[in-house]
Design a protein around this ligand. Sequence first.
Ligand code: NAD
Length: 496
Amino acid sequence: MTKPLTPCPSYIGGEWLLTTTAGTPVFNPSTGEIIAECPAGSVAEVNAAVEAAAAAFPAWMETPPVERARVLFKFKMLLEENFEDIVRCNTREHGKTLVESRGDVKRGMEVVEFACGAPSMLMGEILENVARGIDCEAIRQPLGVCVGITPFNFPAMVPLWMYPIAIACGNTFVLKPSEKVPLTALKIARLLEQAGLPKGVLNIVHGGREVVDALLTHPKVKAISFVGSTPIARYIYETGTKHGKRVQSNGGAKNYVILMPDADVENSTRGLIEAAFGCAGERCMAGSTAVIVGAAEKTVLPTLIEATRRLKVGPTDREAQPDMGPVITRQHRDRVEQLIEAGLKEGAQIPADGRGAKSTEAPNGFYIGATILDHVQTGMTVAKEEIFGPVLNVMRMEDLDTAIELANKSAYGNGASIFTRSGKAAREFKHRVKAGMVGINIGVPASMAWFPFNGWDESFFGDLHMQGKEGIQFFTQLKVTTSRWFSYGEGDIWHR
Ligand code: NAD
């Protein structure tokens, strides 16, 4: 008997609306089953959601920041109470392990905690006597209706990078989650409704390009936050800015991890395994290329290959957990395997081969095992394209200088890490590497809520990043008032 599909409504003006329009199937990647149907959405829905957000804006803007923060405090408590339920929903539609899902939800909750502090961060600046008797002050005001468009790989965290900060600053919001993983975003939004968020402050629509274009061009939308692949990130930035919107647009990545000959073998192997194969490699901060420097090929590399071969892939939607879950769809699994084959044709070797991985418990899941491609060269397809799967490229360099040079040739600039015992090598690397988030003996140096999520180059289009103080700046505009008073007012008779 087929199980009933999980409803996937849109959320507009405080109403949960189910539509019957055909959309995209949402899978449980562990089993290959369809668990929901994400509606295709429509321009009419976008218009309704933006109108609802625009209508809610004046009252929400006038709500004192501390009262807005109280709704977020309540939201945070509800996220804690419902933590495991959200985690399981996340794993079911995404496929990452329960431990990884807990990380996904926790990182998002930290942004909510950060946003609870918005009243202090919204405080402005004042300078008395910019000229005699004249004062000048700068205050932060919200923008209006803001939009978020999110990818499949962090169903909880990425939407939470955006709207908690936006609404804490007094904006209203329309979220379009990934059509591959809409259910976690909906579950979390229900908690915000329960926390007392007024109707229309957060709205959710579904769909693909047509819906995104309607959001990017809508005259009442003031700002766009996007996270996804680089070609779409660039498109969002160009289209949004052309239509006069403020845009922050995070793209894809290819992150280099440098292993120096003096690296601690056990810790660097653990760090690299986690960076390359955590979340089945579907992370914009995945350490997807290991650069083995000099004698590290005799120390770290053999241990890394052994540890990779031991990793078990399997279903994540049950109590017994594998080391690694499936990838998001069958098509994505096939694409990753095709890229591995392209790498082999172009001359790479494969000391750990995850192609054709199967689970006897869940034969229709979208599995691919942890894979290492060794002797990768810069011109190869696998060296240029973001694979976004459990595949680690290994490249070899003679010394730190050539390793940094190699990393700096990448078109992307999200993350870069070094494993070493040398403070001097770490300092050189930190100073010279061309990436916005740097790890020293840390495989995944993803910034946390208090710092900007800081991609450079093709990994980011815009000026102000998500999270941290830049997040507050992105979602507010300064108003500078210069004032002078000539005389005491009529009411001030005691001064006459
Ligand atoms: P994607 O670019 O395919 O989709 C992202 C969003 O854009 C989705 O909501 C999707 O519906 C929408 N979209 C897709 N095609 C579109 C089009 N032609 N026009 C308008 N909208 C469109 O990305 P994905 O596969 O969901 O996520 C994986 C990508 O996201 C990877 O490249 C990864 O590196 C990147 N990512 C980046 C960061 C970061 O912070 N830099 C974080 C997470 C993921």
